[in-house]
Design a protein around this ligand. Sequence first.
Ligand SMILES: [Fe+2]
Length: 226
Amino acid sequence: MLDERGRQLWTYEEPLRFFGVDIGRIMTVVRLSSGGLFVQSPAELTVELREALDELGAVRFVAPASKLHGHLYMEQYRAAYPRAELLAAPGLDVRRADLTFDHLLGDTPDPRWATDIDQVAILGHRWLTEIAYCHRHSGTVVLGDVGFHVDETSPLQTRLLARALGVYERVAPPIEYRLTVTNESTFRRSIRDVLAWDFDRVIPGHGEIVETGGKAAVIDGFDWVL
Ligand SMILES: [Fe+2]
């Protein structure tokens, strides 16, 4: 049920409709050197998904991309894995006051996952700070709404929507996000921090995974700010 990507990395794609079009949503799982699992953008914890996760190891950290993306179903993980820590992106602790978070994510990875995962806070947007991650061993960048990616393998309706949003065949945020970047130089610095990572694959929050050539796809998608 989980797609194995190699080097202790797995993904799981869940359907999601956006403007009435199926664009999907991707969850990422990293097995840390310590043996525990780091789950980013958790999917609904069905019996099948739980069994698949339990086969890989113990869920230790559950992380969102932002206060908007990747926090759904965290309550299910809290209930199923009482020892796991829920991590909050900026503002998520306020948005999800029903949850108690164990850690507030910023620009620096916690030592408990820093060996395996680096992170950058994408700043400069009017009201949304997203945390981008890099799984070092597989050279994979993991994004949320800052990185949509739709390509020719997607259904026609999805491709048409992606063209309208400016996210077709490139890794980029939808146009309304782009128009609400208020501090361009700060945003540029954050994207350059992402590009400084050694990576080839990009897992977008929505759409299709870029298995290779991910850095070029990000450069293309952010040419308006770089
Ligand atoms: Fe999203």
